[in-house]
Design a protein around this ligand. Structure first.
Ligand SMILES: *Cc1c(COP(=O)(O)O)cnc(C)c1O
Length: 393
């Protein structure tokens, strides 16, 4: 058995990031300033959007993007139950009503057919999530949106580096794509997010909203060429990214390709080792061309063939010093939303099927070949042990 605990995720921070943070700290300017601007420019170029606006988390980015869309009370926004709470929270905080639509069992992404069944005259937009780094079927979603006059805000927290039919996620925002730089995501800034759009007016609105509704950022006010005056032109929030954070991002972005190919390599090894393994159901590819960014590797525990459930499986891995994580327990099973909206088990059978079985195995670029083999050994051992127990019952 492994001697030390292997976490399910770990950021890859190099000497370049450390040096840039140190330089930022010594520079006399640590909040939003030249490094944020540099990171925004580089990110916009990398994903192929016109405007990239850095914020202090993807949650903040989703909130601002939805605020900029001016939701009115009663406006409905459709999203998936297989996401992090911030997707639904942002809709609520921006004054909208979240409506869930079930996922499909191949990609674990929101199912366009399920969206059709919950459309109403109050539906204003869609917030698809590219689950695990596998793109949603954007052609189907865009067609549906244009038929019904809806906007699409992509929660691309998992999807830095993801492509759909040869196009990078972020390159066709309609109007928004929001990325996350949380430490578990494909690149990190500590905490942080990026809001991408091609719409100049909306981009300006975000720039103002993220700085308390101020007409001008602090960098402009305090710079040698700036003026001290500013106006408050709308009700905003304090969601700006720091230069200390952007200093990390500036050096993470050029490493993205390397990170993605290492993730891909590890996943290939997992798939090869687990193919045909009784007790585990492997993630599938999309029925359309899509480059998976493998933010997480999420097989399903085949609980119908084992004598333990998913939580038991995770504990058994932990006993073998292998970490794992849970992305996600479906949101309609969370008590707050159940009380507020009457959501309950039974509403979304596909999300429930996945939610009861899913786990995220360790996956990060700095995993060694030996780490990967340790995970494989532990997973195979847990499956074998718990299949046998059932057979001999
Ligand atoms: C991580 C995540 C978020 C939130 O990102 P933060 O940067 O941590 O706020 C939102 N949606 C999904 C799907 C995520 O995985």
């Amino acid at each position: 058995m492994r001697e030390s605990y292997l976490p399910f995720s770990k950021p890859s921070i190099g000497e370049e990031e450390i040096a840039e943070v140190e330089e930022t700290l010594r520079s006399g300017w640590i909040t939003t300033g030249p490094r944020v601007q540099e990171f925004e420019r580089a990110f916009a170029e990398a994903v192929g959007c016109r405007y990239a606006l850095a914020v202090n988390s993807a949650t903040a980015g989703l909130h601002l993007a939805l605020l900029a869309l001016d939701l009115k009370p009663g406006d409905e926004v459709i999203t998936t139950p297989m996401t992090f709470a911030s997707t639904v929270n942002a809709i609520l905080l921006a004054g909208g009503t979240p409506v869930l639509a079930d996922i499909d069992r191949t990609t674990f992404n929101i199912d366009p057919k399920a969206i059709k069944s919950v459309l109403s005259p109050r539906t204003k937009g869609l917030v698809p999530v590219h689950f695990a780094g596998l793109s949603c079927d954007m052609d189907a979603l865009r067609t549906l949106a244009s038929e019904h006059g809806l906007w699409v805000l992509e929660d691309a927290a998992h999807a830095i580096g993801t492509e759909y039919k040869g196009q990078k996620i972020g390159s066709r925002p309609s109007p928004w794509v929001v990325f996350s730089f949380h430490p578990t995501k494909n690149i990190t800034t500590g905490e942080g997010g990026m809001v991408c759009t091609d719409d100049e007016e909306l981009a300006e609105k975000i720039a103002v909203l993220r700085q308390n509704g101020m007409s001008k950022g602090a960098w402009n006010r305090y710079a040698a060429t700036g003026t001290p005056h500013y106006d408050i032109v709308m009700l905003g929030l304090k969601y700006n990214m720091l230069d200390i954070e952007a200093a990390i991002g500036i050096h993470q972005l050029p490493k993205l390709e390397r990170f993605l190919s290492r993730r891909e390599e590890i996943v290939q090894r997992y798939k090869e080792a687990f193919s045909g393994l009784e007790g585990l159901i492997l993630p599938k590819l999309a029925p359309y061309p899509a480059r998976h960014s493998w933010h997480i590797f999420t097989p399903l525990v085949d609980i119908d063939r084992l004598d333990i459930d998913r939580d038991g499986f995770m504990s058994a891995l932990k006993e073998r010093n292998i970490g794992s994580a849970l992305h996600y327990q479906a949101l309609h099973l969370m008590s707050y939303y159940q009380k507020r909206f009457g959501w309950h088990r039974g509403l979304f059978p596909n999300a429930e099927y996945v939610s009861d079985r899913i786990l995220s195995l360790p996956l990060f670029p700095e995993m060694t070949a030996a780490d990967v083999e340790d995970v494989i050994e532990a997973v195979v051992a847990v499956c074998r042990q718990h299949l046998q127990a059932r057979r001999t019952q």
